[in-house]
Write a protein that binds this ligand. Sequence first.
Ligand code: PGA
Length: 253
Amino acid sequence: MRKQIAAANWKMNLTLQQAEELLDELHSIPYSLDKDQEVIFGVPFPYLAQVEQKLAGRNNVYVAAQNCSDKKNGAYTGEVSAEMLQSIAVDYVIIGHSERREYFNESHTMLAGKINLCLEHGIKPIFCCGEPLAVREAGTQNSYVETQLTESLFHLTAAQLTGFVIAYEPIWAIGTGKTASNEQAQEMHAHIRSIMANQYGADVAGSISILYGGSVKANNAKDIFGQPDVDGGLVGGASMVAADFAVIINSLK
Ligand code: PGA
């Protein structure tokens, strides 16, 4: 069975002290994880290691970086490589978040390169895709997302994509309080799975966890996660409120 995942994306928020307080508060609230369920914390680079330490010994709880370089190593001041993340035992990396695509001009090819480096270093990518409002209004979201998947994932092998994680995040729903409807989410998730099935077969497609992101909150997580092709969420704002994130975790199938 594919994994059901509640992933937090803290973005460029929280000091180390605030992050520690948030985790203390979250862990004072009971939440339980089955063997096919995972919680992932997308943490700013400077305190990935501290957060890892704080989470040590918790089953099915992992740490993600929010980005990594598309370069292997060398004279790239300010960049962080997949190899560095591997050396501090980071489990996942969020790749191609819409904010990185938009503000840092990350291209399909660059994202493909980042994914390769992650896989070479035993780190699991969480590959983000999703359309802006204008594309949704024009009704061309299906081909838009298909291009994102084709250009950044289709060079991978079936083995590399088995158990892979994709996050569908419609840009118009991120941080806006405007969630995709359950039907819109299910429709796009089924579309993504069928694209992967056409290319790699039903078994590979069925093993891929497809997370929904965009204004997931404590009061809508259960409905969205309940859709057959939605395997959890990538959560920004609500992941930084302990009580809300606990409800979201407990909403996993
Ligand atoms: P949001 O962010 O939950 O605050 O909408 C989601 C994301 O950008 O991953």
